[in-house]
Ligand binder design. Structure first.
Ligand code: OGA
Ligand code: NI
Length: 365
């Protein structure tokens, strides 16, 4: 049975589910069946290390992802954001639905929009914000919205500072100065903020928390609860690798806009989330980039003699729309002289819903 339109907006009530329903069963999909590598791990970089810039360059070239420590975000704030996220997702279904995302707003509770690309549903529920949480928080906690709002606003502010810092280090690692990146005004940036909840799952071998994908942003900063694993990246050896939860570390993804800007020197990382029988996992995701209508194109400084830019100029806004329609083929679509090849890689095949070219919907980032 194919899920209805409503199933793609309103998450299932995961409390008290005793078995994975057909609507959420990914059993034979390549999204779930790939073998994992246990001998490799995602690079871990101390931001205070004098060699941090070189290490970031290596990590972005080889992995498209790294974890950072000594990033300056107070541990207490990480614990608080996780606590507030759990507090929200532990509300009753009726309470959470008071903040249900409406078709004309990206903000609120629901299933991430990419799930519309698939016939099978994911074992997750999310809460999205671009801006202030106040209006939504008031609906569920009319008299007690302020702890949630204060923590989220503090977190958003701190993440913006960290994202600017890491982006500057990344530009430095590419050998670019501030003048070279005049399109990217570090004082005027954009971000989308997500809380993700992966409830306990009676049979994690059949379900998937989040399908393999790359993010549309420039970079993504992700904090995951340190209690259990869930995030996996497709590593340089073409196997899934667990991103080990390290308390106090933040995961940094190279995302599609950085791949475009670096003319493929840095590759956006394919990643997914798996689920657990024992633990309810939380992640807090900060998608970061330039103002959404600024055009990005491959940096002339990064195009070697005799080479050409690989991608045409595109803004984050337009790219999000392309991603909403073409999902894992989106980079192909903005490639000069490209023909989109169906089912060309590991990301999908099997569970996709037929693409609805008429519906242009923004992906999460
Ligand atoms: C995302 C994402 C992974 C996670 O939200 O884009 O990749 O662990 N999340 O929540
Ligand atoms: Ni992602």
């Amino acid at each position: 049975m194919s899920p209805t339109e409503l199933d793609h907006l309103v998450p299932m009530d995961f409390k008290n589910v005793v078995q994975v329903p057909d609507s959420h069963t990914w059993l034979d999909s390549p999204c779930i069946n790939n073998s994992c590598s246990i001998d490799e791990s995602v690079p871990l970089i101390d931001l205070e290390d004098p060699q941090a810039v070189e290490k970031i360059k290596m990590a972005c070239e080889n992995w498209g992802v790294f974890q950072v420590t000594n990033h300056g975000i107070p541990m207490e704030l990480l614990a608080q954001i996780e606590h507030q996220a759990r507090r929200f997702f532990d509300l009753t279904r009726e309470e959470k639905l008071l903040t249900l995302r409406s078709p004309d707003s990206p903000n609120g509770y629901g299933i991430i929009p990419i799930s519309r690309t698939f016939n099978t549903l994911m074992w997750m529920e999310g809460f999205t914000l671009s801006g202030s949480p106040l209006e939504l928080a008031r609906r569920v906690w009319p008299n007690d919205y302020s702890p949630f709002c204060t923590v989220i606003e503090d977190y958003q502010e701190q993440m913006m500072g960290l994202a600017v810092k890491i982006t500057s280090l990344i530009f430095k690692s590419l050998g670019l100065s501030g003048e070279d990146v005049e399109w990217f005004d570090l004082k005027s940036t954009e971000a989308f903020f997500h809380l993700n909840s992966y409830p306990r799952c009676p049979d994690p071998t059949r379900a998937l928390g989040m399908v393999p994908h790359t993010d549309s942003s420039l970079i993504t900063l992700l904090y995951q609860s340190s209690t259990n694993r869930g995030l996996q990246v497709y590593g340089p050896n073409l196997k899934w690798v667990d991103v080990e939860p390290i308390s106090n570390a933040i995961v940094v993804n190279v995302s599609d806009l950085l791949q475009i800007y670096s003319n493929d020197q840095f590759k956006s990382v394919v990643h997914r989330a798996i689920v657990s029988e024992a633990q309810h996992r939380i992640s807090v995701v900060y998608f970061f980039g330039p103002k959404i209508d600024v055009n990005i194109s491959s940096s002339p400084k990064l195009i070697k003699d005799g080479d050409f830019p690989i991608y045409r100029p595109v803004s984050w806004k337009e790219y999000r729309e392309i991603k909403g329609v073409h999902f894992d083929k989106a980079l192909e679509v903005v490639r000069f002289n490209s023909v989109v090849v169906e089912n060309a890689n590991v990301l999908t095949s099997g569970n996709e819903a037929p693409l609805d070219g008429g519906k242009v919907e923004a992906l999460e980032a």
